[in-house]
Every structure is written in C-alpha cells, then in structure tokens.
Design a protein. Structure first.
Length: 314
C-alpha cells in the first residue's frame, strides 16, 4: 500500500503501527518521529512559517472569510506518488488539510485514491481513530496493542491523581495574540489529570477570551501551549506579551505555576502522544507524583518566571 498522510497525528500513528515504509508523502507539518522528515512533502501552508501571532490570526481570518484554503497541494507530486490511501481530517481548517483542499487534486487521477478523513472531538474519538487507521492499513492487531497500552497508562494516571488533593482550576491557552482557550479533547485531558478546566467544555471548539476574563477566572495553574508551537516558542511569546492590569493577581502567576508546554507534541495533535500530555498535566497539577520518564523530563523550572517543557524525549 502507498500512503500519503496530510495529518501529523496520523503520520505518528502510521509510524507507530510499523507502516513507515508505506508512507510515500506527508505534509510540511509532519515532523514526528524524525524519520517523517525524510518523506516527500506534498502539501504546504500559505501562512508564512515565522509570521508573528497577530499576523497569523489576521491572515487566517482573511482566508476563511474569502472561503480560500490555507494549504497548497502539490498536484504533480501526488500524481507521481500514486497513493492508494490519503489520510486527512475535517476537524479544523486551520490546523491541517481537509478533503476540500484535496478536491481539485483528486480530479487529476484516473482512479482516485481512497481518502480516510478523521474528525476527533474528544479522547475516545482519538483512540478510535488509531483503530480506524489500523483497520485501513491492515494493522488492526498493532492498533489494538497501542490503544490497550494507552488505556493502562490512563488508568495509572487516574489512580495517582485520585490520591492528591484537588481539583485544581486550570486555564489552558492555545493562542496568546489574541487569547484562545483550548477546546475539544483539552478539557478532558485536564480532567483526567485531576484538574478542572476554568473555561472549556469537552468536545466544544476553542474560543476567544479577553485578558480580563482570564484574570477574573483566577486559574490555579496557567498552561501556555499555542497551537503548533514548541514549548520554548510558547514561553518566549508569553514572556514578550504585554499582559493586562491585574494579571499578577492570578493565583497561577502569583504562585509561580505558569507552564509552557509543547502543544505540537503533546496537546494539539490528536494522536498517541496525547496520553503523555495527560501525564505531563498530572505532574504539573500534582508535582509530588511520579509519572513516566518522558513526562518527568518535560517539566523544567526556568528562572522563576515560567516553566517550560522540553521535547528531547518525545
């Protein structure tokens, strides 16, 4: 089977299933595991990589208002690669390519490839999508093993979180300029880690809030995880952002419990590593607990201003 994955989380899943040799094309965002970078890129973003956050937000709004795609498909590359299966998503027109982005490209095929479209709204959907990818690639048993391992890790985290006082109110910011609250599976991840989302509801989309609303919500822990960013980039943006009057009164800020976490590794991509994201949140909310080595490594104190999660063990 020849597979093109336009979704970073699906690429991660395909590698975990042992189907790496069958992947012939990926999107520009497919970067994990590192071997994914060796695959041919067949889709790129029309948003400049290093654009400032406010400019990214403006451009996205402009493209959406015009009904234009944020992505450019390399039609010639797709034709040359002759995929049997293309994996994409229909959850977010900003985060990754959708079937609409492929529409024109697929008309160039005499026999169009099969398109597997994923649309997870919560953690259960994410785990089911792993099984779906396994079924479509003749990797059902391997997919079941991955989901079973995730289940064991989740159960262990829930037992640990249940032994700690709580719950802790969490503000999860998936964008800073302007402020957006993490949605879909993020509130559920916080709940499984023993916290309460100060804003979001499981399955609901992310939404915009004001700085004044964040101050008024008074979260005990503030997570900085801009969608698609590394922890370091999120930290730098947070430290360079002008914060509203009263920001220092937020319990999370006052008690030095602001964390920059790697959204692009553990939170914004609906794939197998979300379980590590839950472990990281468990450690953030309950510092005395012991979690996996990867999650332990991810939490590092930085200069008493903001904590940062590294990704070297990803």
């Amino acid at each position: 089977m020849r597979i093109v994955s336009l979704l970073p989380s699906a690429t991660e899943t395909l590698f975990a299933l042992g189907r790496d040799k069958e992947i012939v094309g990926v999107s520009h965002e497919c970067d994990f595991p590192p071997q994914a970078r060796t695959k041919r890129v067949v889709m790129s973003s029309r948003i400049p990589h290093n654009a400032p956050p406010l400019e990214i937000d403006r451009m996205v709004r402009e493209f959406v208002a015009k009904g234009e795609s944020l992505y450019a498909v390399d039609v010639a590359a797709l034709q040359e690669l002759k995929p049997d299966l293309i994996v994409t998503q229909d959850l977010c027109h900003v985060c990754a390519a959708t079937p609409d982005d492929l529409g024109g490209a697929l008309t160039h095929f005499a026999v169009p490839p099969q398109v597997l479209c994923l649309n997870p709204q919560n953690l259960g959907d994410v785990w089911r999508d792993i099984l779906r990818v396994g079924e479509e690639t003749r990797s059902g048993p391997a997919a079941i093993r991955i989901v079973e391992t995730i289940g064991r890790r989740l159960a262990a985290m829930e037992r640990l979180a249940a032994t700690s006082p709580g719950p802790t109110r969490v503000g999860f910011l998936e964008w800073l300029q302007p402020y957006y609250i993490g949605g879909h599976w993020i509130p559920e991840m916080i709940e499984r880690a023993g916290g309460v989302d100060a804003f979001g509801t499981t399955g609901a989309c992310s939404f915009r809030v004001t700085a004044e609303q964040i101050v008024a919500a008074a979260p005990d822990v503030l997570v900085i995880a801009p969608c698609g960013y590394t922890a370091e980039r999120g930290r730098d943006e947070y430290l360079s952002t002008n914060r509203a009057e009263g920001w220092s009164t937020i319990p999370a800020v006052r008690n030095d419990r602001v964390y920059a976490l790697a959204a692009n590794s553990y939170f914004s991509r609906p794939g197998p590593r979300l379980v590590t994201g839950i472990e990281i949140l468990t450690k953030v909310l309950h510092p005395a607990l012991s979690v996996s080595a990867e999650a332990e490594f991810a939490i590092v104190r930085l200069a008493g201003q903001v904590h940062v999660a590294h990704t070297a063990c990803a």
